[in-house]
Design a protein around this ligand. Structure first.
Ligand code: 5GP
Length: 210
């Protein structure tokens, strides 16, 4: 059994409830580690540096890119977002499944670099539900909401690149489904190459009577 963790990318429309889902996944199960992204976006009320994001200026972000310190990065609604490399690599080697909550451009960069990563896309049950959630959280202006909805229209074209859809209807059920998908992914043959190789070698030996 391969003991390395899986790189789990969770994307979804802004307002689809990714944050709440991920928070509950981490609270309910202990085999996950959450990557904290770096961003040039200003912090929202209640967000803490080093907890929700590492909030940095453009200069620091670009320096980190130049030092090859990010696994991926992208620009989203006028700001940079990126995944610091060191923490992810450490946790994967310790056998943790590492959650990256990132948008589609970053997700596709990850899949290209790490074909064994698992790409999950969170969607609300309907478009109206998405709009209502964005309005309801009261953290963006109408203009920002419209920007995020336009972005969702673009992102919808990329859904089919993902491995599984996570439909966020009932929270508890959704978190359980999410954990089941990740658990199942550990048993796909492409993530069990070592075991398969050993099985083949040993079968060969046994078949020759050794
Ligand atoms: P928000 O501003 O709402 O916190 O995040 C905006 C978008 O950026 C969300 O879709 C979020 O998943 C994405 N995002 C957050 N961190 C990263 C990151 O490190 N890399 C990429 N590519 N996207 C990120």
């Amino acid at each position: 059994m391969n003991n390395n963790g899986i790189l789990v990318v969770i994307s979804g429309f802004s307002g689809a409830g990714k944050g709440t889902l991920v928070k509950k996944l981490l609270a309910d199960y202990d085999n996950y580690a959450l990557s904290i992204s770096m961003t040039t976006r200003k912090s929202r009320e209640g967000e803490e540096d080093g907890v929700h994001y590492f909030f940095v200026d453009h200069e620091k972000f670009e320096k980190t890119i130049a030092e090859d310190g990010l696994l991926e990065y992208a620009s989203y609604c006028g700001n940079y977002y990126g995944t610091p490399k060191a923490y992810v690599e450490e946790m994967i080697s310790k056998g943790k499944d590492v959650i990256l909550e990132i948008e589609v451009q970053g997700a596709l960069q990850i899949k290209k670099k790490y074909p064994n990563s698992l790409l999950l896309f969170v969607t609300p049950p309907s478009a109206q539900n998405l709009y209502d959630r964005l309005k309801g959280r009261n953290t963006e202006t109408e203009e920002q909401i419209n920007k995020r909805i336009s972005r969702a229209v673009e992102e919808a074209d990329w859904i089919e690149k993902y491995d599984f859809l996570v439909i966020n209807d009932t929270l508890d059920e959704c978190v359980k489904n999410l954990n089941d998908m990740i658990t199942a992914a550990h048993y796909s043959p492409d993530r069990q190459q070592e075991l398969i190789h050993k099985l083949k070698e040993d079968l060969d030996l046994i078949s020759k009577g050794e």
